[in-house]
Design a protein around this ligand. Structure first.
Ligand code: MRU
Length: 368
């Protein structure tokens, strides 16, 4: 993705020092574009927990590099293996819902345990982190290739009139290493000169839609309109939504989808209005052990202040204001689970499938 004419991924190794990992600190977007250096396990833990980086794929890629930085630190500790095992647990505790975090840390543990010396472990941890990041970008690119077919078909059936796509939260370039999951088909369609327009849910409380998705789409020149989280149902009733595409933080092998809170309500409205509801995800987001997403996927609860306050750009600086009485309690559920029965299909790097065990396993037969 280009920012001011320069190509960026969301995470990379510093060119002049491979012990430094660089990220875009997403807390400052869209108002300021600020890069941050991560040089230790603690830096990575904080970056994930406090959402300097966020979104399933990017959390996974950052955790992959976190394990590499931990391996560097482990070589200076009393016991390499103990340090690394504790680092893995620490990273896994940073956020509970996104599957990619656990997937990436486990991939690193498996790789690192396959060699004996500290130098080999560090070198393999570096290669594995790079591989995790590269495969995330490549999977998202392929999701774009798969998903664009759906948009092409709708565009044809509308005689080339704009295809209106509603999305929730940010499952975009910023949530992965590049391209995004839900946005990849949209970027692919726009790049093929298919007329698309995106309804962007603001996505309270942290406003990833307003702050991040609008910023991304704007940078890429994709027509879009910011709407309140509650407007989607009305627009669907008015025939102004052709397709919903959202991302996923964790998808069970049975097709239930955990995504940013509010996704479930959009799926219900889409079903009531006969609108296709697709979920785009790389296979690193699939939880191959969990059957019932509603009952089993842990839902992150965050600081209630994220609900009680909003912040925004005012006279050259970010200001934070309270939006409820001082003594009103607030609760901050960060995700919800959309049951498979409300999902039209899953767009993966290997193709589009129905959200059920048999169809998912047909695309990923090596799992059985
Ligand atoms: O809390 P976040 O910002 O890390 O939440 C993740 C998301 O942005 C969304 O849930 C997204 O739709 C899926 S992540 C690819």
């Amino acid at each position: 993705m280009n920012v001011n004419g320069i190509h960026y991924r969301t995470i990379w190794v510093k060119e002049t020092d491979r012990q430094v990992i660089q990220i875009i600190d997403q807390r400052h977007l869209p108002h300021r574009f600020i890069l941050e250096d991560l040089v230790s396990l603690d830096d990575v833990f904080t970056a994930i927990k406090d959402m300097h980086v966020r979104g399933a794929g990017l959390i996974g890629a950052t955790a992959g590099y976190g394990m590499y930085l931990a391996a560097l630190e482990a070589s200076r500790s009393d016991s390499f293996d103990t340090f690394l095992a504790e680092a893995a647990e620490k990273l896994k505790s940073a956020r509970p819902t996104a599957m990619n975090l656990f997937w990436a840390v486990d991939k690193q543990l498996e790789a690192i345990s396959s060699v004996a010396s500290a130098d080999e472990k560090i070198s393999l941890a570096f290669q594995t982190a790079k591989k995790i990041a590269d495969s995330d970008a490549e999977y998202c690119r392929r999701i774009g290739e798969q998903g664009v077919k759906l948009i092409e078909e709708i565009s044809r059936s509308k005689g080339g009139k704009p295809v209106n796509i509603l999305t929730h939260c940010n499952a975009g370039w910023l949530a992965f290493v590049d391209f995004g999951s839900a946005t990849a088909p949209i970027y692919a369609a726009h790049d093929k000169d298919i007329d698309v327009h995106v309804w962007v849910d603001e996505t309270r409380p942290r406003n990833q839609g307003a702050a991040l998705t609008c910023w991304e789409l704007g940078n890429h020149g994709v027509p879009h309109t910011l709407i309140t989280d509650n407007a989607g149902g009305y627009l669907m009733q008015q025939g102004q939504v052709d397709l919903v595409i959202v991302g996923s933080d964790r998808t069970t092998y049975t097709g239930d989808v955990a995504n940013k809170v509010g996704t479930y309500l959009k799926a219900l409205a889409a079903r009531d209005n006969n609108i296709p509801f697709y979920v785009a995800l790389p296979s690193s987001t699939i939880d191959w052990k969990t059957e019932d997403g509603v009952k089993e996927i842990p839902i992150e609860q965050r600081d209630p202040d994220e609900v009680a306050f909003v912040d925004g750009w005012c006279e050259g600086e970010v200001k934070k204001v309270r939006i409820c009485p001082e003594n009103s309690p607030a609760a901050n559920y960060a995700f919800d689970v959309t049951p498979a029965r409300l999902v039209t299909g899953l767009i993966t790097e290997r193709g589009i499938c129905k959200p059920n065990k048999d169809e998912i396993l047909k695309l990923f037969p090596e799992i059985t």
